[in-house]
Design a protein around this ligand. Structure first.
Ligand code: SAM
Ligand code: SF4
Length: 360
């Protein structure tokens, strides 16, 4: 079996699975006007379907799976899904076979000695707004989750409420401690910076990263809000983020290249703990090394956050397709992955769905 490779010779290593399009927050940069019409319940992939699809992606070389949404913790019994997916980390393929899939009973024929010697999942992560995370952390860890990314766009209570629509800063701060206590580490924090809303907190966030020993990720605002209100003037560019932090806490670049990582990663030059990451899809785009593919909660493959097309894997799976047919479908879709997004082009066409549907 060969790696999943697109027409631009990029290998797909990273699958983002959205578990729901619902959310209990109303972040102004994501869901400013409340939720758009949600997918019908029967169109949402079941845990068994997700497990089957994920297993096939892993057999094709995917090493990282991130569960997202919407708010993934709104999905009932998510621990059951994590348990199923965590089995994909086991070297012994027999351990993750389900009883009813005869085709899966031949691991030797599925993994001939080619480029891929032993395809297994290496990393199972979750992105959450942290609201209900503190009481769930231990169970998620026990189910087999490796690590967590928590979104946090302000360290000020009133502002946090203005940004998300929910007075939950305390809770989200507890999430960070809960994640550490449960050893869901390293803990990453995502902050979307928006001009005039929270760009005066860059240094506070950097200090927070040092004090709490977390990986702070600053993300440029992207045109994926459901209200289509994004405009270029609201972006806080990577260069400015870097310079602002550097003036307060000098930074050293960790690696000269981002590789397939979306972030430029920095350590603190004085040796303080924590890490700074800057994710700059608009001003310092990274499409050339993209290794990601996305599956929406209703089973559509998206080859890019900004795709205007989706590919209906759900119907393929539900039609009773064989493993070989599903693999063929996935390979054909991956081959169509866009060379890059076109946010910076004059003729930029907004993505066909907004962030809470796609899964960030
Ligand atoms: N609800 C979870 C959360 O907020 O962490 C997971 C889903 S959310 C869509 C995933 C990430 O996308 C979050 O860190 C969020 O801040 C980010 N995000 C949402 N809308 C965005 C936008 N328009 N531009 C940049 N990042 C965005
Ligand atoms: Fe919900 Fe996450 Fe979007 Fe905020 S960013 S509205 S928490 S999906």
């Amino acid at each position: 079996m060969d790696f999943l490779r697109d027409a631009h010779n990029r290998i797909i290593r990273d699958l983002r699975i959205s578990l729901t399009d619902r959310c209990n927050f109303r972040c102004f940069y994501c869901l400013p006007n409340g939720e758009p019409p949600l997918a019908r319940k029967e169109t949402i992939l079941t845990f068994e379907e997700i497990e089957r699809i994920a297993e096939i992606f892993v057999s094709l070389g995917v090493e990282k799976i991130r569960l997202t949404g919407g708010e993934p913790l709104l999905r009932k019994n998510i621990e059951n899904l994590i348990e199923k997916l965590a089995r994909l980390k086991k070297d012994n393929y027999e351990l993750r076979m389900t009883n009813d899939d005869e085709e899966k009973r031949q691991p030797a024929t599925r993994y001939p000695q080619s480029e891929m010697q032993n395809p297994t999942l290496k990393d199972l992560a979750l992105t959450t707004n942290g609201h209900s995370f503190p009481r769930r952390a231990a169970a998620l860890k026990n189910a087999g989750l490796d690590r967590v990314t928590i979104s946090l766009d302000s360290l000020r209570r009133e502002r946090f409420k203005e940004i998300t629509g929910v007075d939950a800063l305390e809770n989200v701060l507890h999430s960070i401690e809960a994640a550490k206590n449960a050893e869901l580490t390293p803990v990453k924090i995502n902050a979307v910076l928006v001009r005039g809303r929270n760009d005066d907190e860059i240094v506070d966030f950097a200090r927070f990263a040092r004090e709490k020993n977390v990986k702070m990720r600053f993300i440029e605002f992207m045109p994926l809000d459901s209200g289509n209100e994004w405009n270029r003037k609201q972006i806080v560019p990577a260069k400015e983020i870097r310079e602002t932090i550097n003036a307060a806490f000098p930074l050293e670049l960790k690696e000269k290249s981002r590789g397939a990582d979306t972030a430029w990663r920095y350590r603190f030059a004085d040796g303080a703990p924590g890490e700074i990451g800057i994710v700059a899809p608009v001003t310092e785009m990274f499409c050339g090394a993209c290794s990601r593919i996305r599956l929406t909660a209703d089973g559509q493959i998206r080859t890019c956050l900004f795709s205007t097309d989706e590919y209906n894997l759900r119907d393929v799976v539900r039609s009773g397709a064989s493993r070989a047919e599903i693999v063929e479908f996935i390979r054909a879709v991956v081959a169509k992955k866009e060379a890059s997004h076109s946010i910076n082009n004059e003729n930029f066409a907004p993505a066909s769905r907004s962030m809470s549907f796609i899964g960030g």
